[in-house]
Structure formats: structure tokens, C-alpha cells
Design a protein around this ligand. Structure first.
Ligand code: F6R
Length: 247
């Protein structure tokens, strides 16, 4: 695992965007595995700026998102469809037909799960998969549990996740209780995984991540088994890790 510690979120976001930029210059028809949430927001802003300057194009890119809430329509302001449109897709030259996000309104979720996993395979896996990390160690919506699902599946959200994500909703009762999410095996189809951790709230879980061996109770710890992971942290999120505190 390559570890990059940046001074702050601004620098972290630029570094993450530069990794994508390099990938797109090498392979313009890359498959990008994307995430929602606060962590990649700065990276998306940088990618939009690079596109506007003519430094990169998404014309031949396929994107495949990690997850979507069950029960929210694409137009719901808290749906991940809406997030991706507003924060990235509406501002770049990606062909919307080539953007993929699980359908949380499917009336046949079993079929949706299988079709989504087959899509990842058909695209040849993600060239880069961007991940954030939950305060409880989840990646995608793979919540800490005694056993983890391998592939795209329906996940009941942990209480702590519902609480953390309630910051985006009017009230906590509005937060969906379940989501359709790539599994750890789906994430592992990526040739390169980039995990972004930022802010003081992530410091305790990043310390645990460093201290732990591989455990389903800390789903992100499985990334230690993947051969090509880049972890980008800012100083705040690395604050409790003795070895790199003064990095
Ligand atoms: C988002 C996702 C989640 C988030 C995680 C961190 O698509 O799958 O795993 O990456 O909850 O969220 P933020 O970045 O908001 O702290």
C-alpha cells in the first residue's frame, strides 16, 4: 500500500485528481469506479477544473459507482444519482449513457444486483476505484459484520452510518435504512484502489485501520490484501497514528 499524507484537504483533493488525470492520459477509455460523500468532493472539483482547461476529457470514460440508497428516486436531492450529476457529470463531457449507478428503485433487486456485478465484469473491472471510509470502517456500504458480502448486494445500514449521513437530510428518519452496494469482491476487481480519508472525525478509524489485521469488523482492512492500493490522508485524519504523526 502506498501512503500519501497531505497537509490538508485541498492538497489531498488535488493529489487524488492528479492520479485520475494520469490514468486518463494513459487510457482515455478508462473505467472509473466512483464514490459519493464528502471525501471525493474536492477531487471532483479539481477534475472539473482540469476538464475546463482542456487537460483531460471524459468522452470515452465509463463510470461505475459504488452504491445507491434503496427507495430514493434519481431526482431526490440526496440520491447518489443526483449527487453524481450535480457534483461531476453535469460539468464534464462524459456520455451519460456510460455512467452507471445501481438502481435503488428496482422492483427486482436480486436481478439488479446480478446485472450490476455482470456490468462491472463486462467493463473489464475498474481501472481505478475511488473510496471514502466510514467512521465505522465501512467501504462502499459494506458495514462491519461477522461476514461480508462478496459482490453487489443489499445492505442494511448501520445505526452509526444512518446517524453520520443524517447530516444531509432534514431529519434522521428520512435517511434510507438500506442501500445497494458493491461488495468487497466487486471493489477488488479494480486494478488500482484509491482510498481518501480526511478530517479529524476519521482519525480514530484510521488509527484502527493501521493497528488492525484483516477483519470483517473493519471492512476497509481488507484493502491490505489488494496489491495496488493508494491511501491518501490529510494530517487531521492521520493525527492519531504514532508512526506517521510527524510525517
Ligand atoms: C459513498 C460510500 C461511502 C462513503 C463513506 C464516507 O459512495 O460508499 O462508503 O465513502 O461513508 O463518507 P464521507 O466521505 O461523506 O465521509
Amino acid at each position: 500500500m502506498r501512503i500519501i499524507i497531505e497537509d490538508d484537504y485541498t492538497k489531498l483533493s488535488l493529489t487524488a485528481a492528479q492520479i485520475i488525470q494520469k490514468q486518463l492520459l494513459k487510457k482515455p477509455d478508462s473505467v472509473l469506479g466512483l464514490a459519493t460523500g464528502s471525501s471525493p468532493l474536492g477531487m471532483y472539483k479539481n477534475l472539473i477544473a482540469m476538464y475546463k482547461k482542456g487537460l483531460i476529457s471524459f468522452k470515452n470514460v465509463h463510470s461505475i459507482n459504488l452504491d445507491e440508497y434503496i427507495g430514493l428516486s434519481e431526482n431526490h436531492p440526496q440520491s447518489y444519482h443526483y449527487f453524481m450529476a450535480k457534483k461531476l457529470f453535469d460539468h464534464i463531457d462524459i456520455d451519460k449513457k456510460n455512467t452507471h449507478i445501481p438502481n435503488g428503485l428496482s422492483c427486482n433487486l436480486a436481478e439488479e444486483m446480478m446485472a450490476y456485478e455482470a456490468l462491472i465484469d463486462r467493463l473489464g473491472g475498474q481501472d481505478i476505484q475511488i473510496l471514502g471510509i466510514g467512521e465505522n470502517g465501512h467501504i462502499g456500504f459494506n458495514e462491519p459484520a461477522n461476514k461480508l458480502e462478496l459482490f453487489t448486494h443489499v445492505e442494511n445500514l448501520a445505526e452509526s452510518t444512518i446517524k453520520a449521513n443524517s447530516r444531509f437530510f432534514d431529519k434522521i428518519d428520512d435517511v434510507p435504512k438500506s442501500a445497494i452496494s458493491m461488495g468487497i469482491g466487486s471493489i477488488f476487481k479494480a486494478k488500482h484502489i484509491v482510498l481518501i480519508a480526511s478530517g479529524i472525525k476519521k482519525a480514530p478509524i484510521m488509527k484502527e485501520f493501521f493497528d488492525s489485521t484483516v477483519s470483517s469488523l473493519l471492512p476497509a482492512s481488507f484493502l491490505k490484501l489488494h496489491k495496488n492500493v493508494t491511501l491518501i490522508m490529510d494530517k487531521e485524519s492521520a493525527n492519531l497514528i504514532e508512526e506517521i504523526k510527524n510525517y
